[in-house]
Design a protein around this ligand. Structure first.
Ligand SMILES: Nc1ncnc2c1ncn2[C@@H]1O[C@H](COP(=O)(O)OP(=O)(O)OP(=O)(O)O)[C@@H](O)[C@H]1O
Ligand SMILES: [Mg+2]
Length: 350
């Protein structure tokens, strides 16, 4: 294994509110290798955006991160940075495409210039060369007649077009880590595919890393190397794409995969898991998923499960993997996935 570009260790993010302390991120740890794509999936409110905003030093004012948390970027703890040091990292070495595109565009600046500026700053190109590259990026993210629209302002564009501009800006700096928070949800399938391809091409050229947040597990399979599944402020399972898709161990992951749309059904929403996530003002003392887990054991209501190792790359935090747990048969659909995968492996071996 090479040295990770990013190591998140025991990240906790608490938000101070009038109602009390929201424990939004509860001990998240993961690392990111150069050149890899890690996808973060999980229901709304599970902590995907807060985790990644923390990596950009952009959390809300009421956020509190204890000193025991560490975010090592090429060995340096980002949590020790002063605001002026962030300037060299944010948007430059670590860039993010936000869920809400309007927040990241400057309404007073022409869009072409907003894309060209990070190129000038980062790649030290002349204005002319940077404009040319900006135009290429605009075309790459599917902006029709890009040249004519180079000098437009954000309000002249539709939401979908602005989303593409935001993606072009994030790619413009050639960042070492690109964080993409639901980057393509608002876009049609053809444009989605085009943008994902472009991200992948840049990644190959730079050997850079991507953190890709999505609800759409269908996208994950084609894009990610590894997947982290989040629930109620924790990673509950992490593994390679194949491990998560074909040999998932956490009942929450089973639920997510079960609610994944199959061909022809509409865009995936993850509502199919009955029940709702816990209140993070008062997280339960045991496994946060217990209330919704048809396989919950008594111990799930008492204490939080540690990570159990499934393979060198695959870990899941569920008491079902404890050696004292009863044998549990996963839902049929999940068993079929496993069978299909084994059959595929068998074919490859021949
Ligand atoms: N400034 C804040 N103050 C209080 N609570 C907050 C604040 N920002 C986020 N939260 C809470 O933190 C939790 C995690 O939110 P986050 O935005 O990371 O979810 P998410 O996984 O990105 O969801 P979605 O899929 O809807 O984007 C939620 O319970 C949210 O309400
Ligand atoms: Mg989010």
């Amino acid at each position: 294994m090479t040295e990770p570009v990013l190591q998140v260790k025991d990240l906790k993010v608490n938000f101070n509110t009038y109602a009390g302390t929201v424990q939004a991120i509860r001990d998240v740890s993961f690392d990111l290798q150069p050149g890899e794509t890690l996808s973060i999936v999980g229901e709304s409110g599970s902590g995907k955006s807060v985790t990644t905003k923390t990596l950009m030093g952009l959390n809300a004012e009421n956020a509190d991160i204890p000193d025991t948390s560490e975010l090592l970027f090429k060995g340096q703890n980002l949590l020790d940075l002063k605001e002026k040091d962030w300037e060299n990292i944010r948007g430059d070495q670590i860039a993010m495409v936000f869920q809400d595109p309007m927040t990241s565009l400057d309404p007073t600046m022409k869009i072409g210039r907003q894309i060209a500026e990070p190129i000038i700053k980062h790649q030290k190109l002349s204005k002319e060369a940077a404009n040319k590259r900006a135009l290429e990026l605009m075309e790459g993210v599917g902006i029709p007649n890009a040249k004519e629209h180079f000098n437009d302002y954000p309000h002249q564009w539709s939401g979908g077009m602005r989303q593409r501009a935001v993606i072009a800006i994030a790619l413009a700096a050639d960042p070492e880590v690109l964080i993409a928070d639901e980057p393509t949800t608002a876009l049609d399938v053809t444009i989605q595919a085009q943008i994902l391809k472009m991200m992948k091409q840049q990644q190959e050229r730079l050997h850079s890393s991507i953190i890709f947040i999505t609800h759409d597990l269908g996208v994950v399979a084609g894009v990610a190397d590894r997947v982290a599944v989040m629930y109620a402020g924790k990673i509950v399972e992490i593994g390679t794409v194949d491990e998560i898709f074909f040999n998932p161990k956490h009942p929450y992951t089973w639920g997510l995969l079960d609610s994944m749309p199959t061909t022809d059904t509409a865009q995936g929403s993850l509502q199919a898991i009955p029940g709702t996530p816990p209140d993070l003002l008062q997280p339960p003392k045991g496994d946060a998923f217990a209330e919704r887990n048809q396989f919950a054991l008594d111990v799930d209501y008492e204490s939080q499960p540690p990570f159990f190792k499934v393979s060198n790359t695959h870990y899941a935090a569920t008491w079902l993997l404890d050696e004292r747990a009863p044998m549990v048969t996963p839902p049929e659909k999940i068993q079929r996935r496993w069978a299909r995968w084994q059959a595929m492996q068998g074919q490859e071996a021949h």
